[in-house]
Design a protein around this ligand. Structure first.
Ligand SMILES: [Zn+2]
Length: 290
């Protein structure tokens, strides 16, 4: 049975968000009221909330998109990887990075392309901030909402205008996820922070080597800075690196659940894999809006 304080907390999470949601129906833009069973705008557009609490704000045409995001299998693979501890180094680095920004219950955080919610949950648990996770994958958001009622979860396309009012968020995170400079800039409050994790050159180097031979390393961090530099100033960057010994099952989950799973179909190579020590490496970039 939940403690009384937990009951109050989850009740307030259901009904009284501070972030302003905007109705996604074309030409409407009314303020969505986040109620216990639905979100509804003054014009009467309604979006039911699922039993687990999330709300699907994708428009009909977007629901038919060719790439609806991570499949349920990919989400489950990522969950297993996280259960093996593969997210711990990045999670702890994120928390350490934002520690200086004095996040509190007043802070509104958006995680764009939040996946199954691990990193946003960590920030909300640690700092008590109001967290919103957006992902285009219904499977990912469903998993997030079930596991982490501490935050609010919305199915929407982070590559397009997201259903929030301008200047709504104090912190936007994008953890090996979507990069939408214009939209991040629009949604960030004055003085806010943008924190992005991108794969570093040597991320999963051993796995890539075993599956595909030597692949040229791409400078994702450099490309990200270039994409954001007209709207943001790079404030700080650091490399977050860890290593893990993974058996074939662990390697398969890592591949399926990671960003590379979308790009490579490497099922045949996986059958040959033995236990491997794998590098997990990210660059953590923090930006201030100009
Ligand atoms: Zn509306």
């Amino acid at each position: 049975m939940p403690l009384e304080s937990e009951t109050h907390l989850s009740e307030s999470l259901r009904t009284h968000p501070r972030a302003s949601l905007v109705c996604p129906v074309r030409g409407c833009s009314g303020t969505l009221i986040w109620e216990s069973s639905q979100a509804i705008c003054p014009q009467g557009h309604r979006f039911d909330r699922a039993k687990s609490g999330y709300c699907n704000l994708l428009q009909v045409q977007e629901r038919k998109a060719k790439r609806p995001g991570d499949s349920k299998a990919a989400v489950q693979a990522r969950r297993r990887s996280l259960a093996r501890g593969l997210g711990v180094a990045l999670r702890d680095a994120l928390i350490a990075r934002v520690e200086a920004w004095a996040l509190s219950a007043e802070t509104l955080v958006l995680d764009a392309g939040c996946g199954e919610g691990y990193f946003l949950e960590a920030l909300c648990s640690r700092f008590g901030c109001e967290g919103w996770g957006v992902d285009i994958s219904t499977a990912a958001i469903e998993a997030a909402a079930r596991a982490y009622p501490i935050a609010r979860w919305v199915v929407a396309n982070a590559d397009r205008p997201m259903p929030f009012a301008a200047g709504c968020f104090d912190l936007i995170t994008s953890i090996t996820a979507r990069k939408n400079p214009l939209e991040f800039r629009r949604l960030l409050a004055p003085g806010g922070h943008l924190l992005m994790a991108v794969a570093h050159e040597d991320d999963q180097r051993e796995l890539r080597g075993a599956l595909f031979g030597e692949l040229p390393d791409s400078d994702r961090a450099g490309a990200t800075v270039t994409a954001f530099e007209s709207l943001f100033d790079l404030e700080d960057e650091q490399v977050v690196c860890s290593r893990a010994v993974l058996d074939p099952m662990g390697l398969k989950d890592l591949l399926l659940g990671s960003y590379r799973g979308e790009r490579f179909s490497a099922q045949e190579g996986l059958a040959e894999l033995r236990t491997l020590e794998v590098t997990l490496s990210y660059r953590l970039l923090s930006f201030r809006p100009r």
